[in-house]
Write a protein that binds this ligand. Structure first.
Ligand SMILES: [Zn+2]
Length: 151
């Protein structure tokens, strides 16, 4: 017999918080740590969304890019559970790349008052652990990922 999908009632709630995502009907029912990965990706999504909002960049296109990045990195985290600490930073980098192609640079550095405008980038470059936004000119930490609205 095939094991029953959806034994965990929190599956429904999590899926409901992911606009535009299909239910995970294609996932092997024996996947054991899906709840952990869901939490991981929801956290990454929330942090990147907060930083998009902090710079008034939470557009439909940006949120779509964010959803794509979360889906891709969820798959990635499933293949390599030890990579969990890198996921949030990698999602941020994915969205940054997608926006760069479609819209422009995000997030911009607001700390430096002289010289040409420039952006922030995620440090460590691997995406984690403890990803922060760093000014590409000064090398100074601007904010932890998810906390751009405080700066
Ligand atoms: Zn700067």
């Amino acid at each position: 017999m095939t094991p029953t999908v959806g034994q965990r009632t929190d599956d429904l709630r999590d899926v409901g918080r992911w606009p535009g995502r299909a239910p995970r009907g294609d996932r092997a029912p024996t996947a054991h740590n899906g709840a952990v990965e869901d939490h991981l990706l929801l956290d990454a999504r929330a942090r990147v969304l907060a930083d998009l909002s902090a710079r008034a960049q939470a557009t439909a296109a940006a949120v779509s890019a964010l959803e794509d990045a979360c889906a891709a990195r969820q798959w990635w985290a499933e293949q390599w559970p030890d990579g969990a600490v890198y996921v949030a930073g990698l999602v941020a980098q994915d969205v940054q790349d997608a926006l760069f192609e479609a819209v422009g640079r995000w997030p911009m550095c607001l700390a430096c008052t002289e010289g040409p405008v420039h952006s922030l980038y995620i440090q460590p470059d691997l995406g984690g652990p403890d990803p922060v936004w760093v000014c590409e000119e000064s090398g100074e930490v601007a904010a932890a990922l998810g906390f751009l609205n405080r700066f």
